[in-house]
Write a protein that binds this ligand. Structure first.
Ligand SMILES: Nc1ncnc2c1ncn2[C@@H]1O[C@H](COP(=O)(O)OP(=O)(O)OP(=O)(O)O)[C@@H](O)[C@H]1O
Ligand SMILES: [Mg+2]
Length: 492
């Protein structure tokens, strides 16, 4: 953690020297100013956490400066230093938002305690604000449901990372695999748990605004920038900044972010100075950033910086029976919320859940269970309310699912796996024309449905538009080359 920056404002050089020396000794980072104006300027540019402010300054009263500072940066702890014991000054100071006041000659011990208390109060205020940001429910690793080996390995790695000092972490995984959940768990499992968790979706905000959001801006950075604005890097102080969908970050901002990560400080828009920050950065993407890098859409240097600590979230279809454990978990959840008493899945549904490829991962499962539970009148989840598409998947006579009594609409349908295709259509030793195979399948589909394109498309698991497009292409090719029909399907 970086040392707290403390601004000393006094026109008396000997007092400044004294205070600067003791502040260093106490482990702070002191900076100085000798007038009201300088104090205001330095507060804006350096963002100290506390100010020791003399009341008698050459260009005005410290009380006025106090009000200005508190007005613009209410978070700063101000301790007034008064040259006399005037009661009014003390009252005015506290009214103006000072944390406390100390009179000259300065009792250093008293100052040390007062300063420490002031900073502690500031930390508490920040923490309370952070708790307000967070949902009341704690996010921790116990909330990650699943016990498959891939998940166990992932959680083990994430726990280690949480406890480590790593300042940047990259989470990669398909949509709905739980990246945000893991990011929050890492935050809650870290030393920074009491600090804020600040999420931002890089895809949701236009690049120009995003820079402003991330780094804040100085007064006057834009024509309408009335005051200084704290950026998310500052708001996340002592906590975690979650950069969601980092793959969508514009190239110019990628360069800025890289610099910020490497130098551990950032610059406000319109600012002249670099400011240190103290936040862990967790970035997430559902794109494969390595591929994005190769395609030139993501900076390689930023990718390498982020991927030092990289956590892969496995897709649901690779988590074995976790899908069933998760289903049970969501059924219990929605039983509570929907006031239902569903006990589980029929064997048929269990099998379909195991086989389905879940492109939307855990989110898709959760949404499906919610929808089905709203509709289901039985005590168990049956095939009745599963999506219609599932019923048209892989209609094949030999597709009897284990454990299902008698054929049902869904018993003959599910996802055709690669190995099934291999069994049905083994590649002839001499090879085969892919185009001819496609033409033959299209023909078969169209003729067996007596030209009903909607039904033909359904048989081939494509949309009607896709079917028409493919038919048209084949037609064009045939016209061009005069190639004939199904005979060509035979190995050449
Ligand atoms: N292992 C899990 N256990 C319990 N709930 C989970 C798990 N993984 C994901 N979820 C739930 O699934 C939903 C999607 O998770 P999350 O939003 O974290 O996904 P994501 O990877 O960030 O997706 P996207 O890339 O689309 O933003 C959430 O409701 C989350 O609570
Ligand atoms: Mg997400």
């Amino acid at each position: 953690m970086t040392a707290d920056k403390i601004l000393v404002v006094d026109d008396d050089r000997s007092i400044r020297w004294l205070l600067v020396d003791v502040l260093k000794e106490w482990g702070y980072l002191p900076i100085e100013a000798q007038s009201c104006q300088a104090a205001l300027f330095v507060c804006e540019s350096e963002a100290p956490v506390a100010v020791l402010l003399d009341i008698d300054l050459p260009d005005g009263s410290g009380l006025k400066a106090l009000r200005e500072i508190k007005n613009r940066q209410p978070e700063i702890v101000v301790i007034m230093i008064t040259g006399n014991q005037l009661f009014e000054n003390a009252v005015e100071s506290l009214r103006g938002g000072a944390f406390d006041f100390i009179s000259k000659p300065i009792n250093l011990q008293e100052l040390q305690v007062t300063l420490r208390n002031g900073l502690e109060a500031r930390r508490l205020r920040k923490r309370i604000r952070a708790l307000g940001h967070q949902q009341t429910r704690q996010f921790n690793f116990a909330q990650l449901v699943g016990s498959s080996p891939v998940m166990q390995r992932m959680v083990q790695l994430a726990r280690k990372v949480a406890e480590s000092e790593a300042t940047a972490v990259l989470l990669q995984g398909e949509s709905g695999t739980g990246k945000e959940l893991v990011a929050r768990a890492i935050h809650c499992g870290s030393q920074r748990a009491e600090g804020p968790f600040v999420p931002i979706n890089c895809a949701a905000i236009p690049a120009t605004l995003l820079e402003n959001e991330l780094f804040g801006h100085e007064k006057g950075a834009y024509t309408d920038a009335k005051g200084r604005k704290e950026g998310l890097f500052e708001q996340a102080e002592g906590g975690t900044l979650f950069l969601d969908e980092i793959g969508e970050l514009e190239i110019s901002l990628q360069a800025k972010l890289l610099r910020v990560l490497e130098e551990e400080c950032f610059r406000r828009v319109g600012g002249l100075r670099d400011l240190p920050y103290d936040a862990r950065i967790i970035a997430a993407s559902n794109r494969d950033l390595k591929l994005e890098t190769e395609a030139g859409r993501f900076r390689a240097d930023l990718f390498y910086r982020l991927s030092v600590i990289q956590i892969e979230l496995p897709p649901l279809r690779e988590r074995g029976d976790d899908v069933l454990v998760l289903a049970e978990h969501f059924i219990a959840h929605f039983n509570r919320h929907l006031k239902k008493k569903i006990t589980g899945l029929t064997p048929e549904v269990t099998e379909l859940f195991r086989r389905y490829h879940w492109p939307g991962n855990v989110r898709e499962l959760r949404n499906l269970i919610e929808r089905v539970m709203i509709l289901e009148d039985e005590q168990v989840i049956t095939v009745n309310w599963l999506p219609r598409e599932w019923a048209t998947l892989g209609r094949r006579p030999d597709w009897q699912l284990a454990g299902s009594g008698g054929p049902s609409q869904l018993a003959t349908s599910a996802v055709i796996q690669d190995e099934d295709v291999t069994r049905l259509f083994p590649l002839p030793p001499g090879g085969i024309s892919l185009e001819a195979v496609e033409r033959s399948l299209l023909r078969q589909a169209v003729s067996s449905t007596r030209g009903n394109q909607t039904k033909a498309a359904e048989l081939l698991h494509i949309t009607r538009d896709q079917l028409r497009y493919r038919l048209k292409k084949i037609e064009e090719k045939t016209e061009l080359h005069g190639t004939a029909d199904a005979q060509e399907v035979a190995p050449t």
